[in-house]
Structure formats: C-alpha cells, structure tokens
Design a protein around this ligand. Sequence first.
Ligand SMILES: NC(=O)c1ccc[n+]([C@@H]2O[C@H](COP(=O)([O-])OP(=O)(O)OC[C@H]3O[C@@H](n4cnc5c(N)ncnc54)[C@H](OP(=O)(O)O)[C@@H]3O)[C@@H](O)[C@H]2O)c1
Length: 328
Amino acid sequence: MVQGKRWVIGKPFEGSLTDANFHLEEFSLPNLNDGEILVEAVYLTVDPYMRMAMISRPAGDTIAGEQVAKVVESKNAEYPVGTHIVTSPGWVTHSISNGEGISKIDPNYPKDLPLSLALGTLGMTGRSAYIGMTEIGQIKAGETVFVSGAAGAVGSVAGQMAKIMGCRVLGSAGSDEKVAYVKELGFDEVFNYNKVKDIDATIKGLAPNGIDVYFDNVGGDFSMMMIKHMRIYGRVVVCGAISEYNLTDPQKYPSIFCHLLFNSIKVHGFTNFHYTQLYPKAIAQLSEWIQKGQLKYREDVTEGFQNMPKAFMALFLGANKGKAIIKM
Ligand SMILES: NC(=O)c1ccc[n+]([C@@H]2O[C@H](COP(=O)([O-])OP(=O)(O)OC[C@H]3O[C@@H](n4cnc5c(N)ncnc54)[C@H](OP(=O)(O)O)[C@@H]3O)[C@@H](O)[C@H]2O)c1
C-alpha cells in the first residue's frame, strides 16, 4: 500500500492566512482497480484563485490545485508507467485516477522547456492571459493597454502578448525590482504602485488620451480608479481581484456607472475554465512565441512539498517573482 501526503485545511480560510490554516497529513492509497493509474507529483502550483476556491470549506478538506505528475503504476493502457500528465487532485503527493479529467502532456510540448511551464505560461496562467487579451479584451494593434499585476504569472504574459500584437503597453507592479523586470520584458511604461505619490496623476501622465483595454489582475481601489482613465469604447478585462481575496469587511467604492455609460465602456469578467474551447489555440500560440524568443517567462520555484503553504501565502505579500511553482 502506497503512503501519500496531503495538505488539508487546518483552520477555515478567513482573512489573511497563517500557518494555522494548513495541516499536513499522511494517508494510504488503496490498490489499483482495472483502468486506474497511480501518479506521483513532480511539480505543483500555488495560485491566488485557490484562496477563493477554499473559502467556506471546512477543516480537513484537501486544498484544491493542479500538478504535473508521473504515472508510477498503471492498470490503464492509455497511461503507461512514466507518462507525464496534468491533473487536479489538490495539494497531494500521490493520487489515483481513472483517466477522467486528466490530460497527457502534449506530444508536441517543446522538449527543451521545463514541464513546470504546463502549470504556468503553457498552462492555466498563460491561457488566462491569452483568453483575456483576445476573446475578452479584443485588443487591436495601435491601442493603449494597461496591465495591473504586470510582473505576475498572468500579467507578464498578458503584457508581452499585447506588445507582440502591436499595442502600447503600460503596467504597474509592487517593487522596483519587478518594475525593472517588466521593462526588460518590453512594456513601454511601468511604475511601482507602492512608491509613486499620486497613482492617478501617474496614469494620466502616461496615458493622457486614456486606456483602450485595462487588463485587471488586482481589483479594489486601484481598479476603481483605473475606470475613469478608460477611453470611449474601452474594455475592462476582469481577470483577477487579488487585493480583495483576504478582505473580511464589505468595501465601499465610488460609483462608476456614469463613466461606463457615457463612455460606452464594457466591463467583462472571465474565468479561463469557462473557455476550454480556446485552450489548444492558446497553448499553440504561446508555445510558438516562446520558441521564437518573443515571449519570456520567469518561475519562482520552491523546493519541497512541505513548503507549499509558505509559497502560497507569499503570493498575497507580493513576494513571488514569477510563476510560483513547487518542485518535489
Ligand atoms: N480569470 C482567470 O481565469 C484567472 C486565472 C489565473 C489567475 N487569475 C487571477 O489573476 C491575478 C494574478 O494571478 P497570478 O497567477 O498572475 O499571480 P501572481 O501575479 O503570480 O502573484 C500574485 C501577485 O499579485 C500581487 N498582489 C498580491 N497582493 C496584492 C494586493 N493586495 N493588491 C495588489 N496586488 C497584489 C503581487 O504582485 P505585486 O508585488 O506586483 O503587487 C503578487 O506577486 C490574480 O488575481 C488571480 O486570481 C485569474
């Protein structure tokens, strides 16, 4: 019998998280039935959405999440031992699958790229950037695009895509080091939102004629302020609202409805899981751009399954530098 480890909720998630919200336990996996495979995690991912996914879930529930895993035992001819797959059993070292809801790493996956990218730029975060910029934001060459959370896993891809597609790209990030990195990626203008004295005036200075597409990763006050910089026919792509995920009190924001109305602005939220039909196109395009050297990526790799909570909490402190990945 195989012994696995899993991270479960220690104390239900409310407000900012601490070590007490996480509990590591061992569990036994049963023997395989026909058609099943036993997989072992190789890379796991921590993502901000997990904070929302686990809200109001009780202590003892396994924390949700995706991983790249390797088949270590198989009673399913489709998935021989050694096959790499992407699966979502949560924060666990081992799991059993009957093949439903998992996907093999594409045979065309570039051999020279790390498999961990299947959880980032060539996975959930990359395709979110792609779907947000194309299907939702409908960006066009010559437009001015603003990306908040520009140094993040989604934001860095979103901004580079907009550059590749011929837009003028502006962004904000939380430290000078992140600003320098985003500039290296080719953004036209970036500022440290923790440092500039007047964010409103900074944006006005960078985009005196307004923003066509705002790709929003952060929500909250910052994004409410951004709305009034939108041009006529502007599109707000609501990809994430990380500044709100740990809040416990309801927020009060100034009304934006008149500005939306009189400037014909569209605000469109989206969750990549609702656009699965676009995944193959997204991954093919992102992969091509990486291989041509047009799209760069950065991973923030934490070694060791035991360090998952630390890596997860770091996302909400802005401590990660690139896509947060856990290496087993
Ligand atoms: N719609 C979808 O399908 C989809 C898919 C994936 C992700 N998302 C969302 O997209 C956003 C970015 O995700 P990601 O994976 O790219 O994360 P990430 O950027 O790799 O990590 C989170 C970053 O958010 C910023 N942040 C943390 N707390 C913040 C706060 N209170 N206010 C403003 N910024 C804060 C920090 O960057 P700074 O230091 O620069 O502030 C931090 O490094 C998240 O809101 C996430 O939920 C949505």
